[in-house]
Every structure is written in structure tokens, then in C-alpha cells.
Design a protein around this ligand. Structure first.
Ligand SMILES: Nc1ncnc2c1ncn2[C@@H]1O[C@H](COP(=O)(O)OP(=O)(O)O)[C@@H](O)[C@H]1O
Ligand SMILES: [Mg+2]
Length: 302
């Protein structure tokens, strides 16, 4: 299948500082690639190069098999972009904004259809300054969809949104992928978002992709698939706990990683409860943050 996007080892420096270091990304039709990493990892700089706003110092970007040097306007007619910082004219209503955007294109989506699709119907005649963060973000997405693009670039689309707005945006993004076959590149520092939406994840830190694969693959590659987290009552002798394979995780809680819960783990747990009162025990499955921690020793949002 022809790739919608192919970036090969693109790099970008600002002075002596290498913000993006040999990043490669491929997107197939109907697939989502998530660039997951902390603030300052190089996500926005990467997107800027993928959409032709910045020229890579090294490496190649092809969108629909074309390059920005030769085919910028042709590429722009088929991609939709929601940047991290976008401002619309705040005195316009939702409908006026979309009508304005629609007027730029010969073959555009109808504003009312987009309003329906993005669940903004009750806000059709509301001024932008009155919209919540989640509604504004949906309107930004509507604007990016006005010319029926095949490939979407979303830079941290849900940062700062409440969980409900985030869920809604996730289901809209999934719909675009499944029902319209859109390719999607999104950046995020929420591992749940990458896990939920992405067919392929590139985990990025200090400008480099440190792991790439499907969320499932990356998690399966971890040495431990599960974890037990124990909150204790009193001070305890750390060295004994360490000997039992407990460690203090990056949130300061006692954590033991394991594959299968067995007699050994339950005896380790009894040992802890003999030494100190246990306030709470919880279990969790390993996730993409564990992949990040494995490589960097810190959490994504530390
Ligand atoms: N125009 C610029 N000039 C100098 N440094 C920059 C510029 N743009 C980004 N950077 C630096 O490059 C790094 C990556 O930034 P960015 O791509 O915005 O990261 P992210 O989007 O992952 O938060 C940061 O350290 C940032 O300060
Ligand atoms: Mg950014």
C-alpha cells in the first residue's frame, strides 16, 4: 500500500542544540502514528518538518509520495493541521468560522455537516470566546477537516482538556480513521492517548525515537507485564524490601514488577506486612509509560 507519509531520518538543530535527531515515521492510509514524549522532546519541531513549516537539516519527508520542495500546494490541498497554538477570531460564531474556512476551497465540506460530526450543534451560533476548551478544540478540528483532507496532523490535541472532552475527541479521531480512512499523526504526552489511538507509537525523548512499534508490541517486549504497588503504614527497612524485589517507583511508592502472581509473590507480600502495616495494595498492567521508564529512568510527565 502506498504510504501517506514517509519521513526518513529527519534532523533539526537550533544552533548547537539538536532538537530532532534522525526521526523516521511512516503512516499508512487509515492508520494513526502517535509521537509520545515529554515536553521538549522534539514533537512540535518534528511536526513542523512533516508539514513543511521547517526544512529538515538532514533527511527526507514525503507526503503522498511528494516532497514540499516540488509539490507544496498539492500536499496542502490534502492535509489537515491542528497546531498546538491556534487562535480563531473570537467574535465569530462557530458557523461563521466554518463558513469562512469553507469559502477558501472549491470543494469543501458543508459547515453544518461538520458541526454535526463534531457534536457542536448546540453551539452553532455561539461566539468562539464563549466556548469551553474542549469545544474550541473540536472547532479547530472541524476547520482542519473543511477541505476533506486524507491525512491529519494533530499536535497535542487533548492537552489541558478535561477527561470527558478528551474521550469525545478520541472517539471522533477514531471515527475519522475508521470511517474515512484518514491517516493521522498525533503528538501527545498522555500514554493512555497513544495506547488508545495509535496503530504505531514512536516514543521520543531528547529528539530521538527510543522505541517504535504497536502499543501491544512495545508492552509485550517489557521484561515484566504486571506490577503490584504497596502503600505502607510505617517507615520500613528499605534494604530488606529491595532484596525482595520491591523498588521505590518514580511516584515514591513501593512497587514490585512480575509476570505471574505466584506463591513467591504472595510470600514476599506477607514479609512486607510482617515488617510494617500495609495501607493499600493495588495491581496494574504494564503500559507505555513503563517502556519510557525502562529507557530513561523517569516518567513522561516528571
Ligand atoms: N525555534 C527554536 N529555537 C531554539 N530552540 C527551539 C526552537 N524550537 C524548539 N526549540 C527547542 O527544541 C526542543 C524541542 O522543542 P519542541 O519540538 O517544541 O518539543 P515538544 O513539542 O516535544 O515539547 C526544546 O528544547 C525547545 O526549547
Ligand atoms: Mg510541542
Amino acid at each position: 500500500m502506498a504510504l501517506y507519509l514517509q519521513a526518513d531520518k529527519i534532523s533539526k538543530s537550533f544552533g548547537d542544540f539538536k532538537a530532532v535527531d534522525e526521526v523516521s515515521i511512516q503512516i499508512e492510509p487509515g492508520n494513526c502514528f502517535a509521537l509520545l514524549g515529554p515536553n521538549g522532546a522534539g514533537k512540535t519541531t518534528t511536526i513542523d518538518m512533516l508539514i513543511g513549516l521547517q526544512k529538515p537539516d538532514q533527511g527526507q519527508v514525503q507526503v503522498f509520495g511528494k516532497s514540499f520542495q516540488n509539490a507544496k500546494s498539492s500536499i496542502y490541498s490534502e492535509i489537515g493541521i491542528v497546531l498546538q497554538q491556534t487562535n480563531l477570531y473570537k467574535k465569530f460564531t462557530v458557523h461563521e468560522t466554518l463558513s469562512l474556512f469553507a469559502s477558501f476551497y472549491e470543494n469543501s465540506e458543508s459547515p453544518n455537516d461538520l458541526i454535526e460530526l463534531l457534536q457542536l450543534k448546540s453551539k452553532t451560533n455561539e461566539r468562539i470566546e464563549k466556548l469551553s476548551g474542549g469545544m474550541k478544540q473540536r472547532l479547530h478540528l472541524a476547520c482542519a477537516l473543511i477541505h476533506k483532507p486524507k491525512l491529519l496532523f494533530l499536535d497535542e490535541p487533548t492537552t489541558g482538556l478535561d477527561p470527558q472532552s478528551r474521550q469525545l475527541l478520541w472517539s471522533l479521531i477514531e471515527g475519522l480513521k475508521k470511517e474515512r480512512g484518514c491517516g493521522i499523526l498525533l503528538t501527545t504526552h498522555y500514554m493512555e492517548e497513544a495506547e488508545h489511538l495509535a496503530d504505531l507509537v514512536g516514543i521520543i525523548d531528547h529528539g530521538k525515537i527510543i522505541e517504535k512499534g504497536s502499543p501491544h508490541e512495545l508492552i509485550q517486549k517489557l521484561a515484566f507485564k504486571n506490577s503490584m504497588i504497596v502503600e505502607v503504614e510505617n517507615d520500613f527497612d528499605q534494604s530488606i524490601l529491595n532484596a525482595k524485589g520491591f523498588e521505590t517507583n518514580f511516584k515514591g511508592l513501593l512497587e514490585k514488577r512480575f509476570d505471574q502472581f505466584d506463591d513467591q509473590i504472595s510470600s514476599d507480600l506477607s514479609k512486607v506486612s510482617e515488617m510494617t502495616g500495609i495501607k493499600n495494595i493495588s495491581f496494574r498492567q504494564s503500559n507505555l509509560e513503563d517502556v519510557f521508564i525502562k529507557h530513561t529512568g523517569r516518567g513522561i510527565r516528571d
